[in-house]
Write a protein of this length. Structure first.
Length: 379
C-alpha cells in the first residue's frame, strides 16, 4: 500500500511504508474481518508518531483524524475499536513484524560503510503481569550512530537472557564492514566468532565479574608502558559538567588471552573518564577487547557510539514515548508495540526540518497534518 497526497508530493513518486509490511500474516479469521490489517498498522503508526501511548489513544486519534486518514486509507468500516486494535497486536507474530521492520529500514535508509552498530537490552518494566505470572518483557535492540536509526530488535525469551537473543538479532543484520559494540553480558567467544563470520568487527566490554578475562586485560595494561600504546583524548563541557576521556589501545595481548579462542581478536583497549560536576569529582575505567587494529581514536568512536543507544534510544523511549509506563501486555502486544515505537522513533529522528526534541516533534505531528505527512513520506 502507498500513501498518496498529490498536493504534498507534486507528482514525486514514493514508496509507502506498508509495502515492506505486506508479508505479515493476518492472525484473524478471514470471515467477519471488518478492518484491513495494513490499515490498522498505518493508523497505529500515525497515532504513535502523534503521541498515542495506548490502544484507547490510537482509537481516539483515528476518530479525530478520520477525514485526514481517508485521504489514503479506505476505512470501509470506520475506525477500529481499541479492543480490535489490542486483539490484532496481541495475535500478530512478533518475528514476522520484526523482520518486516528490518526490511523497511534496509530498503529506505542509506547504508553507511564502517558504521558502528550498538547492541543493548532494555526491560519494559510495566509489561509484567502478576496475574498470569508473565515476566516483564526484555528487548535487545541494534542502533547505528551514523544514521541515528534503530536497525532491528528482538525479544528475550522469558526463560532466558540477552546472551541467547543477541545471536538471533545479529543473524538478521548485515554486519559486513561494520563495528559491533556490546556490553559485558555479550562478551562471549561464540558471539565474537559470529560477528567475524558475518564480516564485521567487534568491540566488547570486559567487566570485573568476568573473572580471569578481566584480570588478564587489567594486568596487561598495568604492565605495559603508555609510550607503547595508541592514545587519544577528548574533552567536553556543558550543563555544569566537565569531562575528560583518555583512550589507550594496544595489540600486545597477554599470553593467556592469545591462547583462548577469541576469533579475530587483535587488540585491547581501556578508557579512563574523569568527570567534574560541581564539587564532585569521579574517575572510571572501562576495558575492552576488539578485532580491530590498535587505533585509539577509532576505539573512542565505537565506545561513544555504544553510549548513544542509552542516550538516544532507551532514554528517549522512556521519556518521550513513556515506554516504561506502558501497561500493554496481552499476548504479543507489548513486543509488537515496541516495534511500532521504534518505527515512529526512526521516522521522527530522520526529520531535520525542525529543531525540536522527539517529544515536541510528536506534539507538532499531532497538531500539524502537513508535518505528519512530511514525517510519513520522508522515505
Amino acid at each position: 500500500m502507498e500513501i498518496h497526497d498529490q498536493e504534498a508530493l507534486s507528482g514525486r513518486p514514493t514508496v509507502g511504508i506498508m509495502e515492506h509490511f505486506s508479508a505479515i500474516e493476518d492472525p484473524r479469521r478471514e470471515h467477519g474481518t471488518r478492518h484491513l490489517l495494513e490499515e490498522i498498522l498505518v493508523l497505529t503508526i500515525c497515532a504513535v508518531i502523534c503521541g498515542a501511548d495506548s490502544f484507547v489513544a490510537v482509537e481516539a486519534f483515528g476518530h479525530a483524524k478520520h477525514a485526514w486518514l481517508r485521504r489514503f486509507l479506505t476505512l470501509p468500516n470506520g475506525i477500529p475499536s481499541h479492543d480490535t486494535l489490542g486483539t490484532v497486536f496481541a495475535r500478530l507474530k512478533p518475528r514476522e513484524f520484526e523482520q518486516c521492520f528490518l526490511n523497511w529500514v534496509t530498503a529506505v535508509f542509506e547504508r553507511t560503510a564502517g558504521k558502528v552498530i550498538a547492541l543493548d537490552g532494555k526491560t519494559l518494566r510495566r509489561s509484567y503481569d502478576r496475574k498470569s505470572k508473565k515476566a516483564a518483557l526484555q528487548m535487545v535492540s541494534a542502533w547505528t550512530t551514523s544514521n541515528r536509526l534503530v536497525l532491528g530488535q528482538i525479544a528475550v525469551d522469558e526463560h532466558s537472557n540477552e546472551i541467547t537473543a543477541i545471536p538471533q538479532l545479529l543473524e538478521l543484520l548485515d554486519l559486513n564492514g561494520c563495528i559491533v559494540t556490546i556490553d559485558a553480558l555479550g562478551c562471549q567467544q561464540e558471539i565474537a566468532a559470529q560477528i567475524v563470520d558475518q564480516g564485521g568487527d567487534y568491540v566488547l566490554a570486559v567487566k570485573a565479574n568476568q573473572g580471569s578475562l578481566f584480570t588478564e586485560v587489567h594486568q596487561c595494561f598495568a604492565d605495559i608502558e603508555a609510550e607503547g600504546m595508541q592514545f587519544y583524548e577528548t574533552e567536553e563541557q556543558g550543563h555544569g559538567r566537565e569531562e575528560t576521556r583518555w583512550y589507550w589501545m594496544t595489540e600486545t595481548l597477554p599470553w593467556p588471552l592469545r591462547r583462548v579462542q577469541w576469533k579475530g581478536l587483535r587488540s585491547m583497549g581501556v578508557v579512563e573518564a574523569s568527570r567534574t560536576v560541581g564539587e564532585k569529582y569521579t574517575v572510571e575505567r572501562r576495558y575492552y577487547i576488539s578485532s580491530l587494529p590498535a587505533d585509539a581514536e577509532r576505539l573512542a568512536e565505537a565506545v561513544r557510539g555504544h553510549w548513544g543507544i542509552e542516550n538516544q534510544v532507551h532514554w528517549v523511549l522512556d521519556v518521550a514515548f513513556r515506554e516504561d509506563d506502558s501497561r500493554i501486555r496481552t499476548g504479543h502486544a507489548a513486543e509488537n508495540m515496541a516495534v511500532v515505537r521504534r518505527i515512529a522513533l526512526n521516522m521522527l529522528k530522520q526529520d531535520t526540518s525542525v529543531k525540536l526534541g522527539i517529544a515536541n516533534k510528536r506534539l507538532k505531528a499531532g497538531w500539524d497534518e502537513h508535518y505528519l505527512l512530511k514525517i510519513l513520506l520522508h522515505e
